[in-house]
Design a binder for this molecule. Sequence first.
Ligand SMILES: NC(=O)c1ccc[n+]([C@@H]2O[C@H](COP(=O)([O-])OP(=O)(O)OC[C@H]3O[C@@H](n4cnc5c(N)ncnc54)[C@H](O)[C@@H]3O)[C@@H](O)[C@H]2O)c1
Length: 340
Amino acid sequence: MTVGFIGGKFLPLHLGHVYAIIHASSMVDELYIVLSHSQQRDKELCVGSKMKYVPEYIRVRWLSKLTKDMPHVKVILIEDNNRNGEYDWKEGSQLIKKKIGKPIDYIFSSEPSYEGIFADLYPDSKHILIDSNRKHVSISATKIRNEGVFRNWDYIPDIVKPYFVKRVVVVGTESCGKSTLVKNLAKIYNTSYVAEYGRTVCEELGGCEGIIIEEDYQQIAYGHKVEEIKAIEKANKLLFLDTEAIVTQFYSNLYNNKHQKVLDEIAKLQDYDLWIFLEPDVKWVNDGLRNHGTEEERLKNNTHLKTLLDEHNIKYKMLKGNYENRLKGAIELIEEILKK
Ligand SMILES: NC(=O)c1ccc[n+]([C@@H]2O[C@H](COP(=O)([O-])OP(=O)(O)OC[C@H]3O[C@@H](n4cnc5c(N)ncnc54)[C@H](O)[C@@H]3O)[C@@H](O)[C@H]2O)c1
């Protein structure tokens, strides 16, 4: 039986790593992927770069997802102590040997410069170079950190992309153009979106006010979250969401006169990159599920929703005016977060 390992920081995991891992996995009976991590060092690598630090528990999930259908591949974590800022290869090799716990036949990498280090630390193992001039997948994690993930999006595996996707949520009261704006933005940015799940539930009930009961809001909030989890898997840099749990709370207040703790708890878990608030200054359209179209009601509801958002300390960006103005305003805001 042959045993090998490939080590790295995978900060972030890219298609060059995938290429190397898959090749290595086809050359041995048992392959260990060593995720070498140090919070201090890895944070320092990201500070001043264009990529946020990715904790090791996220990176190990990427590697686990990548290899879940490969029973002969195992992912192991090694923490580098990094005492004086320099990586201690010798100590690292001792930890790796201990964790693998059996003779290592092969060490895989794409780095010719590691040859001497491995010859010294693993005299009984053979160093196998995979695509050392990075001809097949011309990318490095350093380049991704320096230039940003979005500029190198084509090199990011699909299992990694959701972690970096920016979430843009559009909120507002009845008939303020949320759904149309969300769909239009998703088309412009060629990505996925989450439709208002409350609408789906009301359509199934055959109506909303007077029919919807307290528990339905929980189904709406959970259902919406599940749709978000599904949609982010297919998202291209951005995910657009039509409403969220605070808007669900707003409707629970409005239709059922109930403030639900569970909805506040769900709202607390939300961490969106951009909140767009649409003012209700476009024509009110009755779609069969709406009931609050007078000017007075629209203003009152608008103030109420803002109060709920303020209670959660949400910093939203307000858009008003005609549909074209809102679209242009939204695009400007999105371009800003894409640069960050
Ligand atoms: N002590 C040890 O024996 C030992 C051995 C190996 C690794 N390590 C740890 O791993 C780190 C080295 O990893 P790194 O910074 O090179 O990791 P990395 O995360 O950038 O790369 C991981 C692996 O993928 C390979 N690779 C990268 N880009 C590739 C591409 N485009 N095509 C094909 N292969 C590609 C690398 O050569 C490396 O083998 C060390 O700093 C150390 O922490 C330690």
